[in-house]
Design a protein around this ligand. Structure first.
Ligand SMILES: Cc1cc2nc3c(=O)[nH]c(=O)nc-3n(C[C@H](O)[C@H](O)[C@H](O)COP(=O)(O)O)c2cc1C
Length: 379
């Protein structure tokens, strides 16, 4: 059986987190389905107002309003598990989205794509008694160290949960291009490094901080592998896209089903980070030097060089979410080419659980005394 996950006083039955996926790929539909299987369903907070058709300045300011709706819907619809919100630090309305998540009593905030150095202060100003757990997503021990050091000094606290996202993940990656395929930066390598860094801080606070592995995890056997390396749980994105409950249009999911291995590629996104995508017609055109002129009414990402960008990434991602793949593209993890059909979230959980149980059984047969005793023994 998949282990449970404890995040302070929040207990979740199954240690599987569905990663937040923007724009509009993981909203309340997917998050509710995952929570109802006993995992953590995560709503992506980026661009929801814009997605709801308000493609003007008002659309930007309505993101927080629509995020509140999504959190309420997910919390009302779920009877188990937990509901999280993914908020990118690089987004211009970060503070408003944190406020909405805390006021709507999301169980967890996952802050990624940057260093959320002011998050505890912000959360406490909004509600000093907040029970919303504060999670961070990092891609290196260095980033984990900066965040822990800064929260410890300024706010006398540490993150409640840390997701370590390796270079096989889908979406924007926290690596330089040349690190993505370098084994020194693999998830297997950075996961123990982050654990050791965080553990030193956690000991001072006598706090358990779950460390979650993300990026390229596809099967129950993979979950077992990363848990046996010491992870307390996993975060998965790609597998959850190919589900009926995923909030993207079917055409988006079909791009996953039809993807060949040689189509999985890395782009430099207008945000200034590398990103893993499926190379469709749109990406080929951009790579061939085509530009898709646009006006930017709000500058949704702090780091977007919109004057030079060949296309608007928000626009392209929303088009894709709505199934207009000729004017957009799909982010995806390195294993996306293995997706062969769209299934329900329930079927996916069953498949992962069976794979995990088989791996445990095989291991127990080989070495019964060692099971559960292998936290980062190789570091
Ligand atoms: C379509 C897609 C969109 C994503 N969007 C975001 C996002 O908005 N914010 C974020 O922190 N991570 C994002 N991610 C990363 C996922 O949350 C997750 O960590 C990652 O996909 C895990 O790797 P996997 O896809 O190999 O399972 C995205 C991933 C995908 C596939």
């Amino acid at each position: 059986m998949l282990p449970e996950l404890k995040i302070g006083n929040l207990e979740v039955e199954k240690a599987i987190i569905q990663g937040g996926m923007g724009v509009g790929i993981s909203l309340s539909g997917l998050a509710t389905a995952v929570a109802n299987e006993g995992g953590i369903g995560v709503i992506s907070s980026i661009g929801i107002g814009y997605l709801k058709g308000e493609r003007n300045k008002k659309g930007f300011s309505s993101n927080a309003h629509y995020l509140r709706d999504e959190i309420r819907r997910a919390k009302d619809g779920s009877t188990r598990g937990a509901i999280g919100v993914n908020i990118m630090v690089a987004i211009s309305d970060f503070d408003e989205l944190v406020k909405a998540s805390i006021e709507e009593k999301a169980d967890i905030i996952f802050a990624g794509a940057g260093l959320p150095l002011n998050l505890p202060g912000l959360a406490r100003t909004i509600d000093p008694e907040t029970q919303t757990k504060l999670g961070v997503i990092v891609s290196s021990a260095r980033a984990a160290n900066i965040i822990c050091q800064s929260w410890h000094k300024k706010y006398h606290c540490l993150p409640d949960i840390i997701v370590v996202e390796g270079p096989k993940a889908g979406g924007h990656l926290g690596f330089h291009y040349d690190q993505i395929f370098d084994p020194n930066y693999s998830l297997e390598k950075i996961l123990p490094e982050v654990w050791h860094t965080v553990h030193q801080f956690a000991q001072q606070y006598k706090k358990e901080i779950p460390i979650i592995a993300a990026g390229g995890i596809f099967t129950g056997e993979d979950i077992y592998q990363f848990m046996s390396l010491g992870a307390d749980g996993v975060q998965m994105g790609t597998r959850f896209v190919a589900t009926h409950e995923c909030d993207a249009e079917t055409q988006f999911k079909e791009v996953y089903v039809n993807c060949r291995e040689d189509q999985v590629s890395i782009i430099t996104s207008p945000v200034g980070l590398p990103g893993r995508v499926i190379k469709t017609e749109f990406i080929q055109q951009i790579e061939a030097g085509h530009r898709k002129p646009f006006t930017c009414p709000w500058k949704c990402l702090k780091t977007c060089n919109f004057k030079e960008a060949p296309y608007c990434i928000a626009e392209a991602l929303i088009n894709a979410q709505q199934g207009k793949m000729e004017n957009g593209f799909a982010f995806a993890g390195s294993n996306v080419y293995k997706v062969d059909r769209i299934i329900s979230v329930r079927e996916l959980f069953r498949e992962l659980e069976i794979g995990f149980d088989l791996s445990v059984a095989q291991y127990l047969e080989k070495d019964p005394l060692e099971f559960g005793n292998f936290r980062f023994v190789n570091l």
